[in-house]
Design a protein. Sequence first.
Length: 276
Amino acid sequence: INRMGRYAQLVVGPAGSGKSTYCNVIRKHCEVLKRSVHVVNLDPAAEHFEYPISLDVRNLIQLNDVQEALNFGPNGGLVYCMEYLIEHIDWLKDELGEYDDDYLLIDCPGQIELYTHNSVMKKLADELTNMGYKVCAVHLLDSHFVTDVSKFVCGTLVALASMCQIQLPHVNVMTKMDLLNKVSKDNDMEKFLDPDFKYLISELDNSTGTRFQKLNHSIGNLLDEYKMVGFVPLDITDEESINEVLYHVDHGIQYGEDDEPKDNYADEIDQDEDEE
C-alpha cells in the first residue's frame, strides 16, 4: 500500500528512554505494512545503531570533532551541533529531497533541554513543516518511572514542557512495558497512562512529607489544569501494542487522509494479518 505524502515522526525523550529501539521496531512494523520508511539519525554523538541509516547528521557534524576543536563538554557540544544543523538547514533539505514520498522516523539526541527550553527542536520542527512534512513529535518515557510517583511526576512535567516547546501534534509513549514485572503491571497502570493527578499528588505527599505539600499541590494543579499529558503503552513484544502506538501517531499526522478514507487504516492492519 503506497500513500503519497511527506510524513515524519520526531522521536524525542530523555537518554535511555528507548528512542533507537522504538525507531527500529516501528521501522520493521511499517515495512510489514508495505510503507516506504527511512530512519534519520540526528544524534551527532551516536555510535551504534539497530537500524539501517538513510540519513546521518554525523556526515555534517560530529560531537567528538566539536569537543576537540572548541574544548566543549558533551552537553554544550551537543547543543552546538544541533544549532549548527539549524544554521546549515539547506544540507538537511538537500538530503531529504531524496525521500519525497516516504515516511521518516527521525531519531533525536537524548538531551532533554533540547526539547524543554532550547529553541533548536522547535526550529527544526518548523523547517520540516515548511518543507511540506506532516510531523508528529513522539515523546518517550521509560516505564520504570511508574515505580516511583516522584519520578513519574517529574517525567510528566518534562513531557508537558516538551509539548509546549515543540508545538507539534504530540504522542507520549510509555516504553519498555515488556520489562515491567507483573506486580508493577497489575498496580493499576491506568492511573499512570491516563494520569489521575489528584491521586498521584496525594501519593507524593505521603512520600515527601509536609514541607513539600504546597509545592506538590501546585504541580498537581498545573498538570491537572492542562490535562494534556497521557501515555500510550508500548510493549515491543506485542504486535497489538505496536499497532496501537502507530495508530495514535498516524492520527496525529493525518497519515493517508489526503488520498484514502481514515478508516482504511484498520483495513490495512487486517489485510496484513490475513496475509500472515
